[in-house]
Design a protein around this ligand. Structure first.
Ligand SMILES: Cc1cc2nc3c(=O)[nH]c(=O)nc-3n(C[C@H](O)[C@H](O)[C@H](O)COP(=O)(O)O)c2cc1C
Length: 371
């Protein structure tokens, strides 16, 4: 997968290699995921409201993937580059401006954060839509929800069905309505103070067959960490019990096995569905921590890189006061992309999915053999 584009360039896009032939795919399959990336309450997100109309450029013929690279793009239309003029030499604390300038000099396109913009999660989400649809062909479902904004946490167990039903029913993407209200209030209050908040997204993949992954460097958990860490603003990653596993005893951490309806299952899922880099057949459960976005109107100390002098900056313009609600479908996409890669490697999904309906017509059209 190659993602390309910049925040204020003409478009953001993705090219996906190795997508099996024969997946029925319409623009709506991708559009629905992009629309989920834009929470309905405008007070909780940046004032930049892109329509993100999907265009498929290659890899689809007569409604099915062909096995050729799939190229998809969304144009950038709601662009206001003048906001970035004053940031040319003033590095925003917490953003990618300073190290990017050191690496690429002043060639870097800093408008809207350039390549380090949250806009780059649009192509990830588009690729994820295809990965999710492919995973559904083998009964794998990937879903995520917000479990924490700043110090407001979901503090009770939520069954999968509740998460699937409720997560997208509110603007913070939290499956517990009461907590969702508190999260919303926290974001609004902090935005009013000219500041921002971070949080945690939990993602679950159900139906992953056992034995998917690799035992070493490309282990399932290592790849999940790598791809989710590629999402801007991600600062932490956990599988299953995660960091908490370091504070319990072996007897408490081990997931005991049992046989249920002829299948091996575990009684608990502290491993988060992954052991030795391979799926164990239980739901894959990961949690991803997002920092508070750095572009805030509150005054902060920084430097002017041309004058090499200390100065201050107040980042105005259009920015998210909290990334987490937008990031929920992005985390789903990242997890689905890793799972589909490993399912293809392990041969759980074939390179050609069945036969095109038209082949059946031609079968029937064949001359009948005399009896
Ligand atoms: C969906 C999404 C939206 C984002 N929106 C903003 C934003 O409005 N303002 C901002 O300063 N950072 C935003 N970010 C975070 C920056 O892109 C990120 O902090 C920056 O690239 C530096 O990378 P790092 O935080 O991973 O080190 C967003 C990230 C995501 C995933």
């Amino acid at each position: 997968m190659t993602v390309f584009g910049e925040s204020h360039g003409p478009a953001v896009a993705v090219v996906i290699d190795g997508c099996p032939a024969g997946l029925q795919l319409a623009i709506e399959d991708i559009q629905v995921e992009l629309d989920r990336r834009m929470p309905p309450d405008p007070n909780l997100t940046s004032a930049r409201r892109e329509k993100d109309e999907v265009q498929i450029l290659s890899g689809i013929f007569e409604g099915f993937t062909t096995g050729a690279p799939v190229a998809i793009l969304a144009m950038n239309r709601d662009v206001r580059s003048q906001d970035y003029e004053k940031l040319k030499f003033v590095a925003r604390p917490g953003h990618a401006d300073y190290p990017t300038r050191i690496k690429f000099g002043s060639f870097n396109d800093l408008r809207g954060g350039g390549r380090a913009s949250g806009r780059m999660t649009v192509p990830i989400t588009m690729a994820g839509a295809i990965a999710k649809k492919l995973l559904r062909t083998i009964g794998v479902e990937v879903f995520a929800h917000t479990v924490q904004i700043h110090t407001v946490k979901v503090d009770r167990y939520l069954p999968s069905e509740t998460i699937k039903r409720n997560a997208y029913s509110n603007s913070v993407r939290c499956a517990d309505q009461e907590t969702a209200e508190k999260m919303k209030e926290a974001i609004m209050k902090t935005r009013g103070e000219g500041d921002s908040l971070g949080g945690v997204v939990e993602c679950i993949a159900e139906g992953v067959p056992p034995g998917v992954g690799e035992p070493f460097f490309d282990s399932l958990d290592a790849d999940l960490a790598k791809v989710t860490f590629s999402i801007p603003a991600v600062k932490g990653f956990e599988v299953g019990l995660g960091f908490q596993a370091s504070a319990v005893k072996g007897s408490e951490n081990n997931d005991s096995y049992t046989v249920r309806e002829g299948r091996v299952e575990t009684l608990t899922n502290n491993a988060g569905g992954i052991l030795g880099g391979l799926s164990n057949g239980m739901p894959v459960v990961v949690r991803v921590a997002f920092k508070p976005p750095s572009s805030i109107p509150k005054e902060q100390k920084t430097v002017n890189l041309r004058e090499m002098k200390d100065t201050t900056v107040q980042v105005t313009g259009r920015h998210d006061p909290c990334i987490v609600p937008k990031a929920v479908p992005v985390v789903e996409a990242a997890v689905a992309i890793v799972l589909i890669d490993h399912c293809l490697r392990t041969g759980k999904i074939p390179r050609v999915l069945g036969r095109k309906p038209v082949d059946e017509v031609s079968e029937r059209a064949k001359p009948q053999q005399p009896h």
